[in-house]
Design a protein around this ligand. Structure first.
Ligand code: NDP
Length: 449
């Protein structure tokens, strides 16, 4: 790729796919960004910096390592560990760790790449990274999870640090796993420093971090509705997933006076037409976080329907996919549009397929990509790092207020770069161009590195 005057999306995507033909999720994520960035770069000579885009799609470092661990019966298992350190031009690498059997390099590169733009949008000094393992925590005892985390950190600790790379949680990595990872880091290095975020409150964690991705997602949904002279109050919300992001998207929706009617897991979804209230949500949080239960048990306890599949056939004003990538396709998108959905706000990373996003555009459903709408998690991780550096703890209200301001600012960036002549906001365009500009300016200033 040489001449950015004539660069085309197809040529650039051929370049990306030829280099890594076995990484479909990564190609999909690059396509989503470059669809907007390439036309912008073509028109803006400021960004005709040789090799800028090629450097953007190549991680700075990819570390893979063996993670051997012993189960309770003494059998040895070997998983694969990864850290994809994608881009540090805006600050130390920052991004979660995912423990799930589907984890591979393609998925972690897609997540790391997304993270670069998401972190840029927060306005904080954070680079982008992602990591994890194909380890499946489901059905494992606490001791097994602890031994796995200790083995994982025994290798990872060589590559992270409070000023270099600060991992956090993601699918399969919650407060418990972060605790075990942190303990092992401290034991190996003797250093009590902010090398992970999502820590427990007793050892350097931040208030609101647990809630931040879900709360931020609903704050963003409310700003989207405000841009349409409306609000989240009184709206019906369909949420997928029942993990961390789904739980706190649900909690904030309830607090905003909306009615949440679905939650799901990989077995299927519950439909509660009366709405999930605080008490029912407390049941879900206990079920999922303490008892490793299945969402089906909600249907049995509250006598509501449980269906296999995904919740997108349910009529709702707001759809919030909060489970995993590619969980909402074009068929689902048509169904949502037909049933009158006004906005789709991604709590998960890349849950909507490219085709689904095109349907939303055609049908006039406002759609926010996760890099904008779920950035609240990493934003509060950034605030946790700031508190750790100062050896201070801020109040819940203070952190929540900052979170809300950051979500408002991201909405403003989307409006600035994605505002259309008819007054609508193209959030995909706005988030990708807005995220790109800050990264490109920093890469330009720092030279070819
Ligand atoms: P959790 O592990 O807490 O929960 C994941 C949820 O998604 C579970 O309900 C799980 O169901 C469901 N799920 C996972 N895989 C699948 C699948 N293949 N099909 C259907 N359902 C599935 O993870 P989080 O809530 O932390 O993360 C959810 C999403 O949000 C991810 O995309 C993550 O990258 C993104 N995200 C998370 C952030 C955070 O701060 N935690 C920050 C920003 C984005 P089951 O129990 O059956 O596996």
């Amino acid at each position: 790729m040489k001449d950015y005057d004539k660069i085309s999306l197809d040529d650039f995507m051929d370049y990306v796919s030829d280099r890594d033909p076995d990484q479909p999720e990564f190609s999909q994520a690059v396509h989503e960004v470059m669809e907007w960035v390439i036309p912008y770069v073509r028109e803006n000579k400021d960004y005709h910096i040789t090799g800028l885009l090629e450097r953007l799609v190549e991680p700075e470092q990819v570390i893979t390592f063996r993670v051997p661990w012993q189960d309770d019966k003494g059998h040895v298992h070997v998983n694969r560990g990864y850290r994809v350190q994608f881009n540090s031009c805006l600050g130390p690498f920052k991004g979660g760790l995912r423990f799930h059997p589907s984890v591979n390099l393609s998925i972690l590169k897609f997540l790391g790449f997304e993270q670069v733009f998401k972190n840029s949008l927060t306005g904080l000094t954070l680079g982008g990274a992602k990591g994890g393992s194909d380890f499946n925590p489901k059905g494992k005892s606490d001791d097994e999870i602890m031994r796995f985390c200790q083995s994982f950190m025994s290798e990872l600790h060589h590559y992270i640090g409070a000023d270099t790379d600060i991992p956090a949680g993601d699918i399969g990595v919650g407060g418990k796993e972060i605790g075990y990872l942190y303990g092992q880091y401290k034991r190996l290095t003797g250093s009590f420093s902010g090398i992970l975020t999502g820590k427990g409150l007793s050892y350097g964690g931040s208030l609101v971090r647990t809630q931040s991705t879900g709360y931020g997602t609903m704050y963003f949904a409310d700003y989207m509705l405000k841009a349409l002279d409306d609000s989240a109050e009184g709206k019906t919300v369909a949420i997928s997933g029942s993990g961390n992001v789904a739980q706190y998207t649900c909690e904030k929706a309830i607090q905003m006076g909306a009615k949440v009617v679905t939650l799901s897991d990989s077995d299927g979804f519950i439909y509660d037409k009366d709405g999930i209230d605080e008490e029912k949500l407390a049941f879900v949080i206990d079920l999922k976080n303490e008892r490793q239960g299945r969402i089906k048990e909600y249907a049995e306890k509250y006598d509501v329907p449980f269906n296999e599949g995904r919740p997108w056939s349910v009529a709702c004003d707001i759809a919030a996919p909060c489970a995993t990538q590619n969980e909402l396709d074009d068929k689902d998108a048509k169904e949502l549009a037909k049933n009158g959905t006004r906005i789709v706000v991604e709590g998960a990373n890349m849950p909507c397929t490219d085709k689904a996003v095109r349907v939303f555009k055609e049908k006039g459903v406002a759609y926010a990509p996760g890099k904008a709408s779920n950035a609240g998690g990493v934003a509060v991780s950034g605030l946790e790092m700031a508190q750790n550096s100062q050896r201070q703890s801020w109040s819940f209200e203070d952190v929540d207020k900052r979170l809300k301001e950051i979500m408002k600012s991201i909405h403003g960036i989307c409006e600035k770069y994605g505002g259309e002549d008819n007054g609508a906001i193209n959030y995909t365009k706005g988030a990708n161009i807005g995220g790109f500009i800050r990264v490109a300016e920093a890469m330009k200033a720092q030279g070819v590195v």
